[in-house]
Design a protein around this ligand. Sequence first.
Ligand code: GLN
Length: 397
Amino acid sequence: MASTTSRTARRTHGFTESVIREMTRVANEHGALNLAQGFPDFPCPDVLKEAACAAIRADINQYAVTWGAPRLRAAIAASYGRWYGMEVDEAREVTVTCGATEAMASALMSIIDPGDEVLVFEPFYENYGPDAILCGAVPVWIPLDTDRPLDLDRLEAAVTPRTRAIVLNTPNNPTGRVFAPEELAGIAALCQKHDLVAFTDEIYEHILYEGTHIPLATIPGMRSRTVTISGASKTFSITGWRIGWIIAPPELTLAIRKVHDFLTVGAPAPLQEGVAAALELLPDDYYAGLATQYRERREALVPALLEAGFRCEPPAGAYYVLADFSGISDGANLDDDAFARWLARGADGRLERGVATVPGSSFFHEPALGRKLVRFAFCKRVETLREAGEQLRRLAR
Ligand code: GLN
């Protein structure tokens, strides 16, 4: 064991394999309903399939421009104008990446120096931990209660002379929390006061149950210091296509494009054409419909969780529920890992079919903080969610 460790880089020793992806393997092993990894079990809109197939038939098989096919960058810039009134220069401010995952990693590596402190709200999407380690950043975890407004004084107290940036994710994975306009304004003021760069993961921007999404970059004074990350995975239900993007001011984009190029060369060329067509052709109704369908899915799952004995709040956005299982008598003594595996196996025969979730500790730097939590993903057909609900209600019997 020791010799294996010594042959690998120290930067890989500080984190484990993704727990989210591992739970998909556990789900498959037990034939469980997979409410663990956040990927849809329903098809994407036809326009994407047709445009991507047409691109392949037209022999768009070679590298696209490293930082993104011109048509896709133009479509992204136009979309931000239409959705948010945000002016984006596709020539100098857009980088198309292999998903928002690569976007966050490339952006942090381009801007953060080893030893820089980066503020990250907790619970956090598990990638941000390894992302910080890979670029030598020191993550500073900021606890964020779901039921109380952001404590701006506590946030400011975490700022030191080494603080370079803040990472935020709204709508949030795993809590479903959506930052209110006043909270975003507070974060924006803090960034300007302490000269911080904001990395904002907005991949769930169109999955919102009330109100409208406000990109941090649209708050006065923030455009020049915000790295906006999003992508097509969630909006168009194509998590396997790996098409994400970064919008950042030209100076930051120059650095980001270099890192992105040497890591990946670029995102899949024909699939970029598919996403460009979707952004060009789908009407505003599409985005409203997406949110409506997700509301139905949320309604199919959350009441069943409550009836089963979980404690949880309906999320305000994104498609996850972080649920406390300490009220479930048979599982209450287990920790989150054991509980998630027990549930995926079928809860010792109490369920006809297991339900896979993600152990809560993977969203906290201190595993103890998530020991009584599991995350359910509801980016699934209503039938899948109803079936999961039926199974989970058996826990209360
Ligand atoms: N974002 C999704 C989740 O949290 C998928 C993660 C992944 O596997 N890339 O489940």
